[in-house]
Design a protein around this ligand. Structure first.
Ligand SMILES: Nc1ncnc2c1ncn2[C@@H]1O[C@H](COP(=O)(O)OP(=O)(O)OP(=O)(O)O)[C@@H](O)[C@H]1O
Length: 483
């Protein structure tokens, strides 16, 4: 036993899902007024195993442990250290007790993964460096992970890193950024000679520091970088579909979305209003709705599921199947599977692709294709998206709707209800070709939130390519199954 002056004032008991804490009463602690342990500022009563990132016995004690865990501090998730006297420790060695706590804390995830962080200090509101220092780095240090942080210095830097990174040195590449850096990094991996090995070896994730954080919202359910860092250390890997794009002579990958029409113009077309914050997007979109902006195009698709009821059945079946999935095996992608299966964008349309009716496409307002459910906090644009069903979700909105109907529809995006409206076409597709018919000088195509020329694109799903970190092998829950 340590001398009384070394006793912490927290006493812990191991329970099913964590450590139950009781605090010594003040009259008992009066003799401890000079204890050398950090005082608790907020007295927790329970530390879930899931929030613990480290536990080790304190030298020269039998039953006192240092426990690092992530908790809410002033509305943000941050690292906290506590010293606890554990009643169980007397029954077994303190090392065994610590390792029992660590294995409960890290069920199914990497233990101390080697992490490469790509930090964009210029993303979002420009506070990436501050978020990294206050929320991300302290958790990684406490968890005793090996990590290296590289600051991106210019556009396409993350792509260059993806092309050159030594894949044997890391397990996870975490983009401390918006969605632009993972887009670049994944495309860097795609350009490598050993791209299949790179996609199999490295898990790619996002610790949100940008204005668009769809990756983190869809996989971790949060825009809080501290919570995302904790989840990164806790979740298990699985393979996610990506989308292969052709435009002109270029072939590249998209992991998130492609937009043309009102969404693309409201996002990229309002870059000059960046100072307004996220509201610039909503104002841009409201303007397009009120002016009934039209974005004519030709669209050809290879349907996987065309009917909305069948999409619901597919979604329910997938979730049922996921619940019974016990395997942790992650299948590996081959270099053959990274190649296009279809004729190139300059060839004629394959016979089994269908042309969308020209009347519908002449009056198109929004073309939006996605592979992840959340695009913004409170925007479940693709609520039926599934990480590895080999499909992309296609959404088409028509400009002929009344302003009232359109406004109602957009208000429903927050709960994913918009996809059930009769005015919205929702289908699961495996490939498509989009041929815009607008003046390219005044409009945009957005791919993963980045600007691309307004020219034809052809896109197909490459199933199970990207290694990501997901809870229970699924994206975070949406409300799609409820409708
Ligand atoms: N040091 C840098 N200076 C300027 N641009 C950079 C730098 N590092 C990366 N970039 C570029 O910043 C862009 C946006 O990055 P990111 O996605 O991290 O932030 P974001 O705020 O979500 O972005 P956006 O809303 O502009 O897409 C990327 O296209 C990337 O090429």
């Amino acid at each position: 036993m340590p001398s009384e002056s070394l006793l912490p004032n927290a006493i812990g008991a191991l329970v099913d899902d964590g450590i139950h804490i009781t605090w010594r009463l003040s009259n008992e602690t009066t003799s401890l007024s000079y204890i050398c342990w950090p005082a608790a500022t907020e007295e927790v009563s329970h530390i879930p195993y899931h929030s613990i990132v480290w536990c080790s016995p304190v030298a020269d004690t039998e039953d006192v442990f240092e426990i690092s865990y992530v908790t809410l501090i002033s509305k943000l998730h941050k690292m906290k250290l506590i010293f606890v006297q554990l009643s169980e420790a007397g029954y077994q060695s303190s090392e065994r007790c610590a390792s029992q706590i660590l294995s409960a804390a890290y069920t199914g995830s990497f233990h101390q993964p080697r992490i490469l962080l790509l930090l964009n200090t210029k993303g979002g509101k420009g506070d990436g460096a501050a978020i990294y220092k206050s929320q991300i780095e302290p958790i990684l240090r406490a968890a005793r992970t090996q990590f290296t942080c590289i600051e991106t210095t210019h556009s396409k830097h993350a792509m260059q890193i993806g092309q050159e990174v030594d894949i044997s040195k890391y397990d996870i590449v975490a983009c401390c950024s918006g969605d632009g850096i993972p887009h670049e990094f994944i495309n860097g991996l795609y350009k490598r000679q050993d791209s299949a090995d790179a996609f199999n070896k490295l898990a790619v994730t996002q610790l949100p520091c940008g204005s668009g954080n769809a990756f983190s919202l869809s996989t971790y359910g949060t825009c809080d970088s501290g919570l995302a860092t904790l989840e990164m250390l806790k979740l298990s890997t699985m393979k996610m579909d990506v989308m292969l794009l052709q435009q002109r002579d270029n072939t590249f990958l998209s992991f998130l979305s492609q937009a043309y029409g009102a969404i693309a113009d409201s996002d990229i077309g309002t870059e000059h209003l960046r100072w307004m914050g996220p509201v610039r997007f909503e104002l841009g979109l409201a303007y397009k709705v009120f002016t009934k902006a039209r974005y004519p195009c030709d669209l050809y698709v290879k349907y996987a599921i065309e009917n909305k009821q069948q999409i619901k059945d597919h979604f329910r079946l997938y979730n049922k199947y996921q619940d019974s999935k016990v395997t942790t095996e992650v299948l590996e992608v081959t270099s053959e599977e990274l190649r296009s299966k279809y004729p190139s964008i300059t060839s004629s349309i394959p016979d089994d692709w269908k042309a969308l009716p020209s009347q519908e496409m002449d009056n198109l307002s929004i073309f939006y294709v996605g592979n992840m459910p959340y695009v913004l906090t409170d925007a479940q644009f693709f609520p039926a998206a599934i990480p590895d069903d080999g499909c992309m979700d296609l959404l088409l909105f028509n400009s002929k709707m009344s302003v009232l109907d359109y406004t109602n529809l957009l208000l429903n995006v927050s709960n994913g209800g918009h996809v059930h409206h009769d005015e919205v076409r929702h289908a699961k597709v495996t490939a498509y070709r989009l041929v815009p018919r607008v003046d390219p000088k005044h409009h945009y195509i957005s791919i993963d939130g980045e600007s691309f020329p307004v020219e034809p694109i052809q896109v197909e799903v490459l199933p199970k390519v990207l290694t990501v970190l997901l809870k229970d092998k699924s994206y975070v829950e949406t409300r799609f199954g409820e409708h």
